[in-house]
Design a protein around this ligand. Structure first.
Ligand SMILES: [Zn+2]
Length: 263
């Protein structure tokens, strides 16, 4: 499970990249949209079956927080910019853990750690991170990455109902994170989604700005060994400017109020 998770790990922290190339879904993909949905459902089932490693917050007990995040998701889905808005499941879950991260699976299962929810300061920042995650799923980055790593012919031999398929593929993917190109695409699309909402469309930059402001104190080890996130911050703001996004809301007060309900 841990290995499987590594494939789909968000990579929000993965790379600093200033590419302005926002063309969606780069790279050939041998998988079908149905494959993405099936893979995502499989990973989601494994996560739900492993509460020790993934202690999911009860959606009933924490209904207010779930409703709030789902409301942001709906705002993004209604922009018409998400290609698989109707096809994918777009299920959000919260993991009670201090990790400063979020991640998604193919097919639109998205997980936030309480760590990052408490770390962020405002709703536009959360919307930016959520947009980034939605983009990874919507642009089908995971299955593109697998296609590129293993090659079409290798995967084709395993695709049709082979139970060993996932295991064999995942063995080679330990520690893999999304490529810089895919991270840049996800950042670009986060701005594109938010551009049609009242939010500050560069909200996704907030996470990196806050990390930068820490000046290395408490900085996740992985980030500290990478180039500065400054390029990504700059790219968020440049995209917002280039697209002419008008929204500037951060809804800071209500964000803090809702997140105060977290355990
Ligand atoms: Zn990412």
């Amino acid at each position: 499970m841990r290995k499987l998770m590594m494939i789909f790990a968000l990579g929000l922290l993965a790379s600093a990249c200033g590419s302005k190339d926002g063309k969606p879904g780069k790279g050939f993909n041998v998988f079908t949209v149905q494959d993405d949905k099936a893979l995502g459902a499989q990973v989601n089932a494994e996560i739900l079956a492993n509460p020790q490693e993934y202690p999911i917050l009860d959606p009933v007990q924490y209904k207010e927080v779930y409703d709030y995040i789902n409301g942001i998701k709906e705002t993004i889905m209604k922009t018409g910019e998400v290609r698989y808005a109707k096809e994918f499941d777009w299920e959000i879950r919260i993991i009670n853990d201090t990790t400063l991260n979020a991640f998604c699976t193919p097919g639109g299962y998205i997980y936030f750690y309480t760590g990052i929810l408490k770390f962020l300061d405002s709703e536009d920042e959360l919307a930016g991170v959520l947009g980034h995650e939605i983009a990874h799923a919507d642009l089908r980055h995971s299955t593109r990455q697998i296609t590129q790593m293993f090659g079409v012919s290798v995967i084709a031999n395993y695709l049709l109902g082979n139970r060993e398929f996932a295991n064999q593929i995942t063995q080679g993917l330990i520690g893999l994170s999304f490529s810089r190109t895919h991270e840049s695409e996800a950042d670009y699309n986060s701005v594109k989604y938010l551009c049609k909402t009242p939010y500050n469309a560069a909200g996704g930059a907030g996470f990196f700005e806050k990390i930068s402001a820490l000046g290395g104190v408490g900085m996740p080890e992985f980030l500290s060994t990478h180039p500065s996130p400054d390029n990504r911050i700059e790219a968020f703001h440049n995209h917002k400017s280039t697209m002419g996004c008008q929204g500037n809301e951060d809804f800071r007060t209500r964000y803090k109020a809702v997140m105060s309900k977290l355990p």
